[in-house]
Design a protein around this ligand. Structure first.
Ligand code: UGA
Length: 434
């Protein structure tokens, strides 16, 4: 099939590349000339495991192309994906100007039937708004389809190639047929393509992310309680996760959820509920609890040093909001760094992928280490914020000889509690005995 993808951000690029991988002719459009030029020269603009291979393979096979020329890109396309940003506007509601702007541009260029697929996360009713833009500007028939993405950063390629489900919001039989054909190769194992109306599909995306954010937040609160009552959150997690109604995944407590999706989507759903005179109480609490959880490690540090970290120096491992990404949007590390600096401490940080992004954002407010161990030089304590695999099994002897004190605040519960006690560490983690 011939596909155009508008927007080469993380979602657009993964979608375009993975659609090319099953033999479609894909052309990706972006207004950013420098970025397009880079991709034309074979450079992948984001860090996403597994993407490089597919990107280069499909470019080499002439199935994946990049352009700034929208007219050329959509001319022969049967399906046009829109993967454009929907940042929170001033009032917390998703800003649709990129999507509606692109819809207008497309509507003025098309001369034959197209399926317009919205991949971005958008409030309920957006498909109707997009459809209205087309009706205003063209007589050419289009079907506007909602097709939310459920990709996780770090495993996006795998999630696209083998999705748990594909959600397609459309009531048009013609569009349904094309979408079923397009996604067929990705659901061969029997996972469903769920067809529904556009509004349900749009809400499914927000409901999924908000549910997962709630699940994590619930576990974070259980962890906080565990510390107070002397229970162990790992045991509780396993205890409840074995119930198939609850499930084992997404039950790991930590320093709060971050990233470009959960915080934005929870906020947008609350806003959307407000607009419909519905007080989404549970999600409002989720937002409040998560805000506090992002600096839980700072509270622990302050308590340990009797509220005085003036002149203390800390090593911090992990800046990305989660492992296997260089994404630092809403990353708890940034809040932790900010709070500790305000309290008069200094930091040396290390992250396998996200250092450049942090440097671009906060410059020399912190020191940057070449590797995890260098970060420990002269540090009064180590703070662990992101659960990169490389931090999971460190050389504890080297740790001990480099750190000034055997003190670790672990926001991701990477180490066995008994082992840390045996090794003589003061080891403060989340939801476990301190
Ligand atoms: C999330 C969803 O998982 C995807 O399905 C969705 O497509 C995506 O948002 C999106 O809307 O684009 P992502 O933000 O990449 O994906 O990351 P997750 O792996 O879901 O993690 C989100 C946050 O939750 C991270 O800060 C992570 O550290 C935290 N988390 C996750 C926990 O604290 N505990 C857990 O058990 C799991």
């Amino acid at each position: 099939m011939k596909i155009a993808v508008i927007g080469t951000g993380y979602v657009g690029l993964v979608t375009g590349t993975c659609l090319a991988e099953t033999g479609n002719d894909v052309i990706c459009v972006d207004i950013n000339e420098a970025k397009v030029k880079k991709m034309q020269d074979g450079q992948v603009p984001i860090y996403e495991p597994g993407l490089d291979l597919l990107f280069h393979r499909n470019i080499a096979q002439d199935r994946l192309k990049f352009t700034t020329d929208l007219a050329m890109a959509i001319k022969d396309a049967q399906i046009i994906f829109m993967a454009l940003p929907t940042p929170p506007g001033g009032d917390g509601a998703a800003d649709l100007s990129y999507i509606l702007g692109a819809a207008k541009d497309i509507s003025k260029l098309i001369t034959d039937y197209k399926v317009i697929v919205n991949k971005s996360t958008v409030p309920v009713g957006t498909a109707d708004k997009v459809r209205a833009v087309f009706s205003e500007n063209t007589d050419v028939e289009v079907d506007v389809v909602s097709n939310p993405e459920f990709l996780r950063e770090g495993v996006a390629v795998e999630d696209f190639m083998k999705p748990d489900r594909v959600v397609v919001g459309t009531t048009s039989e013609r569009a349904k047929k094309l979408m079923a054909e397009l996604y067929g190769p990705y659901v061969r194992q029997g996972n469903p393509i769920l067809f529904m109306d556009e509004r349900s599909s749009e809400l499914t995306k927000y409901a999924a992310n908000s549910f997962l954010a709630t699940k994590i937040t619930f576990m974070n609160e259980i962890a906080n309680l565990c510390e107070l009552v002397g229970a162990d959150v790992d045991a509780v997690r396993k205890g409840i996760g074995s119930d198939s109604r609850i499930g084992k995944r997404f039950l790991f407590p930590g320093v709060g959820y971050g990233g470009s999706c959960f915080p934005k989507d929870v906020q947008a759903l609350v806003k959307s509920a407000d607009e419909n005179d519905y007080h989404f109480a549970i999600l409002k609490s989720v937002m409040d609890v998560n805000e506090k959880q992002k600096t839980i490690l700072v509270e622990k540090v302050l308590k340990y040093y009797a509220n005085n970290v003036q002149g203390k120096h800390f090593a911090l491992w992990g800046l990305a909001f989660k492992p296997e990404t260089d994404d630092i949007r809403e990353a708890p590390a940034l809040y932790i760094i900010d709070a500790l600096i305000k309290h008069g401490a200094t930091l040396t940080v290390f992250d396998p992928e996200a250092m450049a992004n942090v440097k671009a954002l906060i410059g020399d407010k912190v020191n940057y280490a070449e590797n995890a161990y260098d970060a420990l030089e002269n540090a009064d304590a180590l703070l662990i914020v992101t659960e990169w695999s490389v931090f999971r099994n460190p050389d504890f002897e080297r740790l001990e000889s480099t750190l000034k004190n055997k003190v670790i605040f672990d926001g991701r519960n990477l180490y066995d509690l008994e082992k840390m006690i045996d090794l003589g560490y003061y080891y403060n983690s989340i939801g476990r005995k301190q």
